[in-house]
Design a protein. Structure first.
Length: 261
């Protein structure tokens, strides 16, 4: 299927590894010019080399922290300077720390609020005027299955991501018809975030071995495995494209059927 997005411009935040990177890869393979970002310069350089080697579109790599509104303004400004506009925005951010309600301090709550919710507010506010100018403006917010089914030891994700879902639904109504806005809800995918959650579970004594913790993630999924990041990236590229032109305000699980409701 031709996604008909060749030559468009995309900004994908938090995208030097994992799910954001896979979205950048899928868009780039379709000939989209893509800006990626992350905090680590080394990781950024590696990610740019990788995308340049495999993609079709041009890649702009910028060091930025999505929790800093000035960094976010720079991302949008430099993307527009380089590519002449922005047609597609994909928002992601690193995952918040794991933990139970009683283990979670006020500072964790405020940091997760900036990381998950305000990063989206700042990025979307800056990018929207450019998306509105596009003939194919789209936003996809990467959230989590936690918005549909609370997960143990993930109180910050369970709580704050639901606000980002409400924001997504609001943006979908306010920005239509010029810009479509959707969310994807990942289940477990093989990224460094999943490794971190597995290590935390071993540290809490829930599993003896790291491999057991990873196996437990796979066992919750009817397809009997965790996802590969590109399996999410391909869906995000489709949702960003005119092939999904009547999809707006959707929150699509990409989880191998793990959500039970
Ligand atoms: N993987 C899963 O199974 C899964 C499931 C459900 C939800 N999610 C959510 O999906 C999102 C992406 O997950 P992932 O698995 O792809 O994570 P990941 O593999 O840890 O990758 C996170 C990426 O975001 C960048 N990043 C982190 N914090 C950032 C910040 N403040 N500013 C800019 N870039 C930042 C990282 O680079 P730097 O560290 O260099 O900044 C890295 O490129 C997270 O919110 C995660 O909680 C993941």
């Amino acid at each position: 299927m031709d996604l008909d997005i060749e030559g468009n411009a995309a900004l994908v935040t938090a995208s030097t590894s994992g799910l954001g990177h896979a979205c950048a890869e899928a868009l780039s393979k379709e000939g989209v010019n893509v800006t990626i970002c992350g905090r680590s310069q080394d990781q950024l350089a590696y990610a740019c080399d990788r995308l340049n080697a495999m993609g079709e579109g041009d890649i702009l790599g910028l060091q930025a922290d999505v929790r800093d509104p000035d960094n976010v303004k720079g991302l949008v400004r430099e993307t527009v300077d380089q590519f002449g506009g922005i047609d597609h925005l994909v928002t992601s951010a690193g995952g918040p720390p794991s933990g139970s309600f009683m283990d979670t301090e006020d500072t964790d709550w405020f940091q997760a609020f900036d990381q998950l919710l305000m990063s989206n507010v700042w990025t979307t506010r800056e990018a929207y005027p450019h998306l509105k100018e596009s003939d194919h403006g789209s936003i996809v917010n990467i959230l989590s299955r936690t918005v549909r089914e609370a997960q143990d030891e993930l109180v910050l994700s369970n709580s704050i991501r639901r606000a980002v879902l409400g924001l997504t639904e609001t943006q979908a109504r306010e920005f239509a018809p010029e810009v479509r806005v959707n969310a994807v809800l990942p289940g477990p995918h093989e990224t460094s975030r999943l490794e971190e959650l597995a290590e935390d579970a071993v540290e809490r004594g829930e599993y003896d071995e790291y491999a057991d913790a990873i196996q437990a993630f796979a066992e919750e999924v009817p397809l009997d495995r965790v996802g590969q990041p590109i399996e999410l990236g391909d869906v995000v590229a489709f949702l960003s494209s005119p092939r999904a032109s009547f999809v707006n305000g959707a929150a699509l699980p990409i989880d191998g059927g793990a959500i039970r409701e």
